[in-house]
Design a binder for this molecule. Structure first.
Ligand code: HEC
Length: 157
């Protein structure tokens, strides 16, 4: 029941954001997978920028803040929009394990973990920030990505 409601929300949400990304009310499971992977990729790009700064390889604290904001924004949609039922492995090149929907509460916790970690990174990534605090917050974000991937993302080789 909950999931059913969730799914309706998902579709409703996609209509709004869908304008820019080509995913609308009639989004097929394949399109939903593509949209999800695009959103994940945008977090991938964002975290690269964050770590580039943390490792002294370029970028500014403003880039870290912007990256954290992107990650936070996507993390908020993981539970509500990115994983509609019927988009597990087998649909297009989805690497989403079926366990996600069987262990939905745990999956939601991991999504919530990323939300918290990226929110923290947003708050520490300010001018004159303590580099150690920024690093610790960035590492926590990285761990939150990894925790979910280890359990719920199929390895593609
Ligand atoms: C709550 C679970 C969860 C969290 C948290 C999470 N991911 Fe993912 N991610 C997945 C799953 C599941 C897939 C596989 C999706 C698919 O193939 O449809 C995935 C796929 C990806 C991909 C591959 C996309 C593609 O093109 O196939 C990238 C890149 C990625 N995630 C980056 C990140 C980054 C960076 C973070 C943290 C900032 C993160 N993810 C956090 C579950 C998660």
């Amino acid at each position: 029941m909950f999931r059913h409601t969730g799914r309706k929300l998902v579709l409703g949400g996609l209509v709004v954001i869908g304008l820019g990304v080509g995913v609308g009310l009639a989004a097929t499971p394949e399109e939903q997978v593509g949209y999800r992977q695009d959103q994940m990729k945008s977090m991938g790009k964002a975290i690269k920028k964050v770590f580039s700064f943390v490792k002294n390889e370029g970028g500014t604290i403003a880039d870290v803040a912007a990256g954290a904001k992107i990650i936070y924004g996507v993390s908020e949609t993981i539970e509500t929009k990115l994983f509609p039922a019927g988009t597990a492995v087998g649909v297009d090149d989805s690497a989403a394990k079926p366990e996600i929907w069987k262990e939905w509460d745990h999956f939601k916790e991991l999504a919530g973990g990323l939300e918290k970690a990226s929110e923290k990174l947003m708050t520490v990534a300010v001018d004159g920030a303590d580099p150690d605090a920024v690093k610790a917050a960035a590492v926590a974000v990285g761990k939150a990505c990894g925790a979910c991937h280890e359990t719920y993302k199929m390895k593609k080789d």
